[in-house]
Design a protein around this ligand. Structure first.
Ligand SMILES: C[S@@+](CC[C@H](N)C(=O)[O-])C[C@H]1O[C@@H](n2cnc3c(N)ncnc32)[C@H](O)[C@@H]1O
Length: 222
């Protein structure tokens, strides 16, 4: 996308509270922290359902906490963040609807704060070399019951949650040889490969269940 922050947050104001939801190892918070003067005194907070991903030896302004996006948020966090950021996490909401998840996230934002939700469209007209991979992801999300059209519903979710000044931006994100900088190109390939590896156990489990059902059906017919 070429930039860390899309929402028009004024990050030069001091002492902001910034939440990265589904932070993994805290990579976005680390990049943001490194891009801003330490003297601003911001608090960088990250949550993820998997605390085993958390980096250690983080700067003291960065705090990571185990928390699910589809669970109750700490009461003291309500209306406390100047900026809530969430990238590629919404399909991980298993126990409540996407609408409820977004509404709960919006309730963490201060009245004059911003929320930024980034999701990948797995049904684009130009998937390039990702045709098979995107089909696999669509199948998994369909099987999981959440479907794959949620990126197109973000505006509706935010509006329903009572947010004002809602804007949608669409970014074409090149991968691999389409990126002129070799370092960035390699990084993008690593990112896609590791994301797909993360999907493989679920894909295998679906296939196993499908084969078991088919075999049972075949035996029944015999
Ligand atoms: C595709 S990664 C994105 C990581 C990071 N946001 C980024 O853009 O680099 C999805 C992350 O969401 C986390 N996640 C998935 N389901 C979650 C849930 N229900 N609650 C909190 N985190 C979740 C995963 O553990 C993983 O770290």
């Amino acid at each position: 996308m070429g930039r860390l922050v899309v929402a028009p947050v004024d990050l030069t104001r001091p002492k902001l509270r910034i939440l990265d939801s589904g932070t993994a190892d805290g990579r976005w918070l680390l990049d943001l922290h490194a891009s801003l003067p330490f003297t601003l005194g911001h608090q960088y907070i990250g949550i993820d359902s998997l605390s085993k991903l958390f980096s250690t030896n983080l700067p003291t302004q960065i705090t990571l906490k185990e928390q699910r996006i589809d669970a109750t948020w700490p009461i003291e966090w309500q209306g406390s963040f100047d900026y809530v950021h969430q990238r590629l996490v919404l399909p991980g909401s298993e126990y409540i609807t996407h609408q409820e998840t977004v509404t709960n996230l919006c309730q963490l934002v201060k009245p004059d704060g911003w929320i930024e939700l980034i999701e990948q469209d797995h049904d684009t007209p130009n998937p390039g070399g990702m045709v098979k991979a995107e089909q696999l992801i669509r199948d998994i999300f369909t099987h999981a019951g959440c479907g794959y059209d949620y990126p197109h519903k973000l505006r509706e979710y935010l509006k329903n949650a009572g947010m004002e000044d809602v804007n949608i931006e669409i970014f074409e994100v090149p991968i691999g040889v389409l990126i002129p900088d070799p370092e960035l190109a390699a990084k993008s390939i690593w990112q896609v490969r590791s994301a797909l590896e993360g999907f493989m156990p679920t894909a295998r489990e679906i296939l196993r269940k499908y084969n078991t059902l088919n075999n049972a059906d075949q035996e029944h017919r015999n």
